[in-house]
Design a protein around this ligand. Structure first.
Ligand SMILES: Cc1cc2nc3c(=O)[nH]c(=O)nc-3n(C[C@H](O)[C@H](O)[C@H](O)COP(=O)(O)O)c2cc1C
Ligand SMILES: *[C@@H]1O[C@H](CO)[C@@H](O)[C@H](O)[C@H]1NC(C)=O
Ligand SMILES: *[C@@H]1O[C@H](CO)[C@@H](O)[C@H](O)[C@H]1NC(C)=O
Ligand SMILES: *[C@@H]1O[C@H](CO)[C@@H](O)[C@H](O)[C@H]1NC(C)=O
Ligand SMILES: CC(=O)N[C@H]1CO[C@H](CO)[C@@H](O)[C@@H]1O
Length: 395
């Protein structure tokens, strides 16, 4: 009898063995040595033949077993950033949803990410939606997903993060807290339990205030409810008995009206709701009219290139609305150093990516960092911090 996980590993191993020629599958994987051409010509075409969820699991598997080469050279000086009393060796992080169950933190760290956000993790385990629930939009460099927050739950994820925390050379880990589907709407409890569970072991915590898909959320995004939610979660955070309180961030949707953006900004600027950061943004439920892929009408959140400029504008809006007082993590369609740079100019202190990593593979991390370093220096900036918000008026 095999457990589900052992079965998956066997299947994946078989797949990899068959497709990469059968020599030694693991040796095969180990020579995934960060060479961009090798990924572009061999690895990614192979993974594109798999259904996206299997290829996602294969990628997490590779990360979990560190079947990747460690980036040997240290990050460029210009990329080091200090925020919330944390030293980031570079500002390029992995966005939530890739390593939902905290399995690949070590491998992702080796890949060169400056930080890794795990989750979303829900208190109780839950299955998520029926498959298929992830779709590639190849022609658009995009993904649509409706995973519905499959999670192994707090306990399983907690144990993995705690082990990671004990390591010497470890990733900076953010934990994205979710709520169970069956929990009551507008219920703060799941987030409060999440803060209590992960507060001592996470470098930062995230709660989402973005779920355009879920009926009733518009209500939650109304000011009063938002105020209630954030103040109660912050209170729980402030009560933690830990050496250093973890920064608490909120993650927002891109599909907000001007009014809603103003409301959110005014709430998070209030003293009792003063969060430590904003993640801008989650996937969009909108469908830009120029999408080409046959999958464009799948239900779910759209991410990747079509989200890039929507997200960058949204970052600019929040930077302006908060007067640059609350650090922003910019996420949405980052696939190059230039994309990252534009988000920084619009007000982001750090950036994250998911889709471009899933579509292009690990070498993209080093490329983005190399390009960002080059751009910063060519524009005369000493480091990332100097460039934050520079494209926004009054700066
Ligand atoms: C397959 C998939 C699953 C995701 N799951 C989560 C999640 O569990 N929690 C979350 O906050 N964001 C989740 N996201 C959103 C990403 O964190 C990110 O905000 C979004 O994809 C935009 O970035 P990108 O264009 O670089 O992909 C998910 C995205 C994708 C593509
Ligand atoms: C970035 O550069 C500024 C000078 O403009 C400096 O004060 C700051 O310490 C630098 N930050 C890091 C993390 O090196
Ligand atoms: C972070 O970097 C600063 C210098 O920018 C240094 O003084 C400090 O000791 C570092 N902190 C940690 C925890 O490494
Ligand atoms: C993000 O957006 C999707 C739909 O675009 C939604 O289902 C989800 O609940 C949102 N929140 C998080 C944390 O992902
Ligand atoms: C992952 C997660 O918990 N998403 C939630 C974001 O917030 C809305 C509103 O509370 C929930 O409905 C989603 O489930």
């Amino acid at each position: 009898m095999y457990t589900r996980k052992e079965k998956l590993i066997k299947q994946l191993t078989a797949l990899v063995t068959i497709t990469l020629g059968g020599t030694s599958s693991f040796a095969g994987l180990c020579i995934w040595n960060g060479n961009e051409k090798f990924y572009r010509d061999y690895v990614m075409p192979f993974t594109r033949r798999l259904d996206p969820e299997t290829s996602h699991r294969l990628a997490v598997f590779a990360m979990k077993h560190c079947l990747i080469r460690k980036q040997r050279e240290p990050d460029a000086k210009s990329l080091s950033t200090r925020l919330w009393d944390i030293n980031f060796s570079n500002p390029v992080g992995l966005a939530a949803g890739f390593d939902k169950q905290a399995e690949g933190m070590q491998g992702l760290h080796k890949t060169g990410f400056g930080f890794v956000e795990i989750g979303s993790v829900t208190p109780q385990p839950q299955e998520g939606n029926k498959k298929p629930r992830v779709f590639r939009l190849e022609e658009d460099n995009a993904i649509i997903n409706r995973y519905g927050f499959n999670s192994e739950g707090h306990e399983a994820v907690y144990n993995r993060v705690r082990l990671e925390g004990g390591k010497q050379d470890r990733a900076i880990i953010g934990v994205n807290l979710g709520k169970n589907k069956l929990s009551a709407m507008g219920d703060v409890k799941d987030y409060v339990i999440g803060v209590e569970k992960f507060g001592a072991i996470a470098d930062y915590l995230v709660i989402n205030i973005s779920s355009p898909n879920t009926p009733g959320l518009r209500g939650l995004q109304q000011k009063a409810e938002l105020e209630n939610l954030i103040s109660l979660v912050l209170e729980a955070r402030n009560k933690l008995r830990v050496e250093k309180l973890p920064p608490l961030l909120v993650k927002i949707a891109p599909d907000l009206s001007e009014e809603e953006k103003k409301d959110i900004a005014s709430v998070i600027l209030k003293e009792k709701c003063r969060v430590d950061g904003i993640i801008v943004c989650n996937t969009t439920t909108s469908r830009p009219s120029d999408l080409k892929s046959p999958n464009k009408n799948e239900i779910g959140g759209l991410s990747g290139q079509p989200l890039r400029d929507i997200s960058t504008r949204c970052i600019g809006d929040f930077y302006r609305l908060t007067g640059g007082q609350i650090p922003i993590i910019g996420v949405g369609g980052v696939a190059s150093g230039q994309d990252a740079y534009e988000k920084i100019l619009a007000g982001a202190s750090l950036v994250q990516l998911y889709s471009s990593f899933a579509l292009e593979g690990p070498p993209i991390v080093r490329r983005i960092k190399r390009e960002l370093d080059e751009i910063l220096r060519s524009k005369g900036y000493l480091n990332v911090t100097e460039a934050i918000g520079k494209s926004i008026e009054g700066n």
